[in-house]
Design a protein around this ligand. Structure first.
Ligand code: PLP
Length: 242
């Protein structure tokens, strides 16, 4: 596809998603400015990030260290102001490196990561915004094993939040979750909102709820999402998973 063709395709889908967000906010009696759209550019080239940036997008999401660490530093060197959100499962041995370039790490789901992220933030001389990832898969204990998508159980979320908040260069900003696949996401988002409220009681700065993707952003906004992470609805379908 030509450059102009891709650009207008992205402009169109971006507009559609922004309209969905505005409508969902209106329905939930919320201010549209309260919801940040994070465009998830995983699997798509830096050229698409540039096009989206030219269209006004400033928040981007990536889920793989290798890809993110190659794609984004050159864009910053071009002088583009942007916030990079790391939304993939974090390996302990990559966490420090991720904290070196990501502005937000959304997927903190075990105590071990906290020390590594703090080290990365310290080495990079920059604070990192952090979200604790909640596992919403086994709310009714249908699947007792840890979910493949990662996340900490709701009852351990407070302790992990305390740990993040206690670290100098890590700024606890709230919670993140992926709704369970194939069932109504609303009950899961409601649970997430309750967890967020409990964390906020101890940590008033933890105002963010990152929830909602291409298929369920309306339900997430109805339940207090402050950040939605949208890939497919803007960029099109990704190549099949490796
Ligand atoms: C890929 C991804 C998204 C975007 O999903 P879409 O359905 O393509 O909008 C959101 N959140 C996470 C954690 C992801 O890995």
């Amino acid at each position: 596809m030509s450059n102009a063709g891709r650009r207008s395709e992205l402009a169109r889908s971006l507009r559609t998603v922004r309209e969905r967000i505005d409508r969902a906010c209106a329905q939930a009696d919320r201010d549209a400015g309260d919801v940040t759209l994070i465009v998830v550019t995983k699997f798509f080239p830096a050229e698409d990030v540039r096009r989206l940036h030219d269209l006004g997008v400033r928040d981007f999401g990536e889920n793989r260290h290798q890809e993110a660490s190659q794609k984004f530093p050159p864009l910053r060197e071009e002088g583009r102001e942007l916030r990079l959100h790391f939304i993939g499962q974090l390996q302990s041995n990559k966490a420090a490196a991720v904290a070196g370039y990501a502005d937000v790490v959304q997927t903190i789901d075990r105590p071990r990561l906290v020390g590594a992220l703090a080290r990365g933030a310290r080495e990079g001389h920059r604070p990192v915004d952090c979200l604790v990832q909640i596992d919403l898969e086994d709310l009714d204990a249908r699947c007792p094993s840890a979910s493949a998508r990662g996340g900490i159980t709701p009852d351990q979320a407070l302790t992990l939040s305390d740990l993040v908040a206690a670290s100098d260069l890590l700024r606890l900003r709230g919670v993140m979750a992926v709704a369970p696949l194939g069932i109504d996401p609303a009950p899961a988002f409601r649970v997430l909102q309750g967890i967020a409220r409990r964390i906020r009681a101890d940590h008033p700065e933890a105002q963010w709820i990152s929830a909602g993707m291409s298929g369920d952003l309306e339900a997430a906004i109805a339940h207090g999402a402050t950040h939605v992470r949208v890939g497919t609805a803007i960029l099109g379908s990704r190549p099949p998973v490796r």
